[in-house]
Write a protein that binds this ligand. Structure first.
Ligand code: ADP
Length: 641
């Protein structure tokens, strides 16, 4: 068979082509990052080999000096990145390089707007990786052989990045991966020793493996004297980067820029992180944490089972990525490294589970992260605001999932409230308590499906009148959260839409008496309304929680809230129907008018309208919207005639 027959042509996954286009356009002004991305991959490949060689030293093939080499050729216009890491077999090349195996890619692409500035921002969120080669290369040749595989099983992948690639089997003596970038004419600037070295120092100084380049040989410029042969000296290589794991260095030796570059390397992010944390813990167990909070949400933040961002090392040997045992789910946005001195090197995912040492590390790491959050909340309000805006929703999951840190986390929660009446979540439970009325015993909140619905809820009327602050909860997770957060600092959290209005000592006795007196007057009305509405409502009663609205619906203390019921229903869960309680405002003209309505049909229409209105105002859905409109129009027409 000829070589041509060996060569197969494959089409890229559609997403790859789309992503490539986008990337090439949006990263143009940042094009040198291709080198960082390729060095990152080479470094990961060395990490993986070292880990596997712990139990299979023969994978080293007598060459255990893991390193990355960068060369360039001015005539051929190529830059080459070579590593002697783990390498790939043919299937891996196809699935790693021809497809984007990351979950959520399709959704990510859908979220793109077509506006280049905005999309450039998004692409940073995605992390660009290998494909960034095509920002500078008009074609890329990747040749690789998996460690331990016979030399005939090398694989060559080639593409011009325009929708397809070829793949063939080749002979490759050395294991690992070589990537040749055939630069486009306008990218000559990278065919320069000084330029490449400065990019490496800028972006990849902290890569723990040596990155080698050939020492420039200035003697070459000298012409050989007559009669002398020009001597071909073997190239002399030198290490360009620091080549030590950043987290093993002492804090005082590491500059902020170095921390930031390291973050970009492991977080595949462009932007600097919001904050970092670097500590070495010594005690029963020794381990080092270098953890980061990103500035922006990663694109797969909502994939709760997606990749976590913390890498586990044991004695500087990379063990695995995204170990879920090391970080609770609600901290899945944290990026960084945990390096343990005590775990065994041959640790597997199975051993990680239910391992007391791992649990202790996780506990320690979570504690330190909370420390960082708390310090930020106290000293860097703007940063904390940004953290909350980006990750607050995820952090709220912690109230539900992490009992042991619930109190600490509760202090960090931020809400909207009637104090500011803005959608920004900036009020802490501590702030709220600080503003409580002298006799106020509870922390009041309302839940709704949107901020306007919460803000305009009729349940707030009396609270607004009396100047009592109410937290406005309108994130979906809030419903679950308040089920788990029933108390804070000795104060009970109370929904304003559940149970009878209970203002405790804030109750105005005169008002209460007034209401009781009215109950006699309205007894007939309440019975008539209940009879008309039948099984639609559990009870009809008077309230003084309303000032402007004629009616509202409330639940019993232990009933499921209306918002929660709707969320579950939308999720396709069968939920037993809970009947609500209709409360009427005895001083509202519509209610007094109802009281005097003799016509039975009109009475029933009007009471049904009041019920439907109350349902609508809490964001609920009507059983019979056309019926509601018909009744309403009938009344309006009577007014008009
Ligand atoms: P990411 O690095 O974010 O996973 P990339 O597109 O950069 O995304 O790479 C995809 C995959 O291809 C990597 O996860 C790795 O499995 C494989 N890969 C890339 N470069 C190399 C390399 N130099 N050696 C071995 N495997 C590599």
């Amino acid at each position: 068979m000829s070589d041509v027959e060996h060569k197969e042509t494959h089409a890229f996954q559609t997403e790859v082509t789309q992503l490539l286009h986008l990337m090439i356009h949006s990263l143009y002004s940042n094009k040198e990052i291709f080198l960082r991305e390729l060095i990152s991959n080479a470094s990961d490949a060395a990490d993986k080999l070292r880990f596997q060689a712990v139990s299979k030293p023969e994978l080293y093939e007598n060459d255990a000096n893991l390193e990355v080499r960068i060369t360039f050729d001015k005539e051929a216009k190529t830059v080459t990145i070579t590593d002697n890491g783990i390498g790939m077999d043919k299937d891996e090349v196809i699935s790693n390089i021809g497809t984007i195996a990351r979950s959520g890619t399709r959704e990510f692409l859908k979220s793109l707007t077509g506006d280049q500035a905005k999309d450039a921002h998004l692409i940073g969120q995605f992390g660009v990786g290998f494909y960034s080669s095509f920002i500078v290369a008009k074609s890329v040749t990747l040749t690789t052989r998996k460690a331990g595989a016979p030399r005939e099983q090398g694989v060559r992948w080639q593409s011009t990045g325009d929708g397809q690639y070829t793949i063939e089997t080749v002979d490759k003596e050395k294991r690992g991966t070589e990537i040749i970038l055939h630069l486009g004419d306008e990218h000559d600037e990278f065919l320069d020793d000084w330029r490449l070295r400065s990019i490496i120092r800028k972006f990849s100084d902290h890569v723990p493996w040596p990155i080698l380049m050939i020492k420039p040989d200035y003697s070459k410029q000298e012409e050989p004297k007559e009669g002398e042969q020009k001597e071909e000296k073997p190239p002399e290589w030198e290490t360009v980067n620091k080549a030590s794991a950043l987290w093993t260095r002492s804090k005082s030796d590491v500059k902020d820029e170095e921390y930031n570059e390291f973050y970009k390397h492991i977080g595949h992010d462009y932007e600097e992180p919001l904050a970092h944390l670097h500590v070495r813990l010594e005690g029963k167990q020794e381990y080092t944490l270098l953890l980061y909070i990103p500035k922006r949400a990663p694109f797969d933040l909502w994939d709760r089972d997606g990749k976590h961002g913390v890498k586990l090392y044991v004695k500087r040997v990379f063990i695995m990525e995204g170990a879920k045992e090391l970080m609770p789910r609600y901290l899945r946005f944290i990026r960084g490294v945990i390096d343990s001195s005590d775990l065994p090197l041959n640790i597997s995912r199975e051993i990680l589970q239910n391992n007391p040492m791992v649990e202790a590390i996780r506990k320690g790491a979570v504690g330190k992260i909370f420390g960082l959050f708390e310090e930020m909340a106290e000293k860097e309000a703007d940063k904390f605001k940004q953290l909350w805006k980006t990750f607050g929703l995820v952090l709220k999951e912690g109230i539900i999932e992490d009992f042991s840190n619930k109190e600490r986390l509760a202090k960090l929660l931020r809400f909207s409230s009637t104090h500011t009446d803005t959608a920004e979540q900036e009020v802490s439970l501590g702030d709220y308590i600080g503003r409580m009325k002298p006799d106020q015993e509870k922390i009041y909140y309302v839940t709704a499906e949107s901020f306007p619905a919460a803000k305009n809820s009729p349940h707030l009327e009396i609270f607004r009148k009396k100047g009592i602050e109410v937290l406005l909860l309108c994130d979906r997770v809030d419903e679950w959260m308040v089920n788990h957060l029933t108390e804070f600092d000795g104060k009970q959290l109370q929904s304003v839409a559940k149970g009878g209005l209970d203002l405790g000592k804030l109750e105005d006795e005169a008002e209460k008496k007034e209401l009781e007196k009215k109950e006699g007057d309205f007894k007939d009305l309440l019975e008539r309304v209940k009879k008309g509405l039948g099984e639609t409502v559990k009870e009809v009663r008077l309230t003084h929680r309303l000032t402007d609205s004629p009616a509202c619906l409330v639940g019993d203390e232990h009933d499921m809230s209306a918002t929660m019921a709707r969320i579950l229903k939308e999720a396709g869960q069968a939920i037993p129907g809970t009947m609500r309680i209709l409360e009427l405002n005895p001083v509202h003209p519509l209610v007094t008018r109802l009281k005097n309505e003799a016509n039975e049909e009109r009475f029933n229409d009007l009471s049904r309208i009041l019920y439907d209105q109350a349902m609508l105002s809490e964001g609920g859905q009507l059983d019979d919207p056309p019926g509601f409109i018909k009744k309403l129009n009938k009344l309006l027409m009577e007014m008009a005639s």
